[in-house]
Design a protein around this ligand. Structure first.
Ligand SMILES: [Fe+2]
Length: 320
C-alpha cells in the first residue's frame, strides 16, 4: 500500500495491516501480552536456593577454576522460568561467591549497584574506591554503581559471600557501563574498619537490639540499612525469635531473603520453603509472604521497594 494511503482504507482489517506496515500498532487488537492488566502477575516464580548445594558447587569451582580465569568465582541464582538465564527476579540478581586464601579478585566498576552479605569469612577484604576494609562474617558491604571494587583474602580458610545486584534493572533501562581497573587491583589509599560502605555484624546486632517490632506483626524486629548511595536496592535486616510467626502480607516489591542465622519455614505464594543458614528465597512482586521461625533467626532481605516508592508504584496489602 502506498505510504500516503492510510486515510483511504475502507475496512478496519485494512487499517490494521496498513498501520502495521508503518510500525503503528492499534490499541484495540488482542495481544499475547496485553499492555495493562488488573493486578500484578509476575512471570517469575517463588524459589529457594539451598546453601548446602551452592556451597558444594562453589567448593568444586574453587578446585576447577581460579580467580585468574574467573574474575568473580560465583554461581548466579537464576529464576527457573523459560527464557531467563540469569535474573533472580525482575529487577534483581544474586549469586554466591567464594575466594580462597591468598587469592585476589581484581578491581572493576560498573553501572549496576551491588552489595555483599558475608556468609563466612575471616581475613577477606574489599577495596572500594581506594578504601580497604575487612569483610567478616555477618557484614554487609555496599558497592554503589561506578565505585571501583576488588577483593582479596589474607585468612587461612575459604571465604564465602552472597552478592546482590540490580543488573536486570540496568538491562531494562540500558545505561550499562563496565570497566576493568587499569592496575588490576586498585591501589589502596586508606585502610579503615569503618568504611561507610561496610555495615558490621556488631553494628547490625546493636541496631536490632534497639529496634521495636512493627505493630502489625508483618516484619518483627527489622531495620533498614542506609543505601542512599545505591537507591535502587533496599536492604533490610530482620531478627526473629524462635516461635515468631509473621502476619501474612503481599507487596509489589520484588524481594529476596538471605538466611544468616536460625531455621524456619516461609510460605511464598503457593510454595513452602524450609530454610536454614545461607539459603536464599525469592519472592516475586505481589506474592503472599508468611514466615514461621523454628530457631532464633536473622535474615537479610533485598528488594526494589525504595525504587517502587520513588516511582509511586509501591503497594502493600495485609492478608490477615
Ligand atoms: Fe562487580
Amino acid at each position: 500500500m502506498p505510504l500516503d494511503a492510510l486515510d483511504k482504507v475502507q475496512t478496519l482489517d485494512d487499517l490494521t495491516s496498513a498501520a502495521a506496515e508503518r510500525n503503528l500498532t492499534p490499541g484495540w487488537i488482542k495481544r499475547s501480552t496485553p499492555l495493562l492488566w488488573r493486578e500484578p502477575r509476575s512471570v517469575f516464580v517463588p524459589h529457594q536456593w539451598t546453601w548446602h548445594e551452592a556451597k558444594a558447587g562453589l567448593d568444586s569451582a574453587a578446585r576447577l577454576i581460579g580467580t585468574d580465569l574467573a574474575e568473580r568465582r560465583n554461581l548466579v541464582m537464576r529464576n527457573p522460568v523459560d527464557g531467563n538465564d540469569f535474573a533472580t527476579l525482575r529487577t534483581l540478581v544474586c549469586a554466591y561467591q567464594t575466594i580462597l586464601p591468598g587469592e585476589v579478585a581484581s578491581s572493576h566498576r560498573h553501572a549496576p549497584h551491588a552489595f555483599r552479605v558475608i556468609l563466612d569469612s575471616h581475613g577477606a577484604w574489599s577495596i572500594v574506591d581506594g578504601e580497604k576494609h575487612p569483610m567478616e562474617t555477618g557484614d554487609v558491604v555496599l558497592t554503589p554503581g561506578w565505585s571501583w571494587h576488588g577483593h582479596g583474602h589474607d585468612g587461612t580458610a575459604q571465604a564465602y559471600w552472597f552478592d546482590g545486584l540490580d543488573v536486570p534493572l540496568t538491562h531494562l533501562l540500558e545505561p550499562m557501563f563496565f570497566e576493568e581497573h587499569p592496575a588490576g587491583l586498585e591501589p589502596v589509599k586508606a585502610v579503615t574498619p569503618d568504611s561507610p560502605f561496610r555495615f558490621t555484624w556488631a553494628a547490625t546486632q546493636k541496631a536490632l537490639d534497639a529496634a521495636r517490632p512493627d505493630n502489625e506483626g508483618h516484619f518483627g524486629h527489622r531495620i533498614v540499612l542506609d543505601t542512599q548511595t545505591m537507591p535502587t536496592i533496599t536492604i533490610h535486616m530482620q531478627r526473629w525469635d524462635s516461635g515468631f510467626r509473621s502476619k501474612p502480607y503481599r507487596s509489589t516489591a520484588n524481594q529476596i531473603f538471605i538466611v544468616l542465622q536460625g531455621t524456619g519455614t516461609s510460605k511464598v505464594g503457593d510454595k513452602t520453603f524450609n530454610w536454614s543458614f545461607g539459603d536464599t528465597i525469592a519472592a516475586p512482586c505481589w506474592s503472599a509472604i508468611e514466615h514461621q521461625v523454628s530457631e532464633d533467626a536473622v535474615l537479610v532481605s533485598m528488594s526494589d521497594e525504595a525504587l517502587q516508592r520513588f516511582g509511586r508504584m509501591w503497594r502493600f496489602e495485609a492478608l490477615d
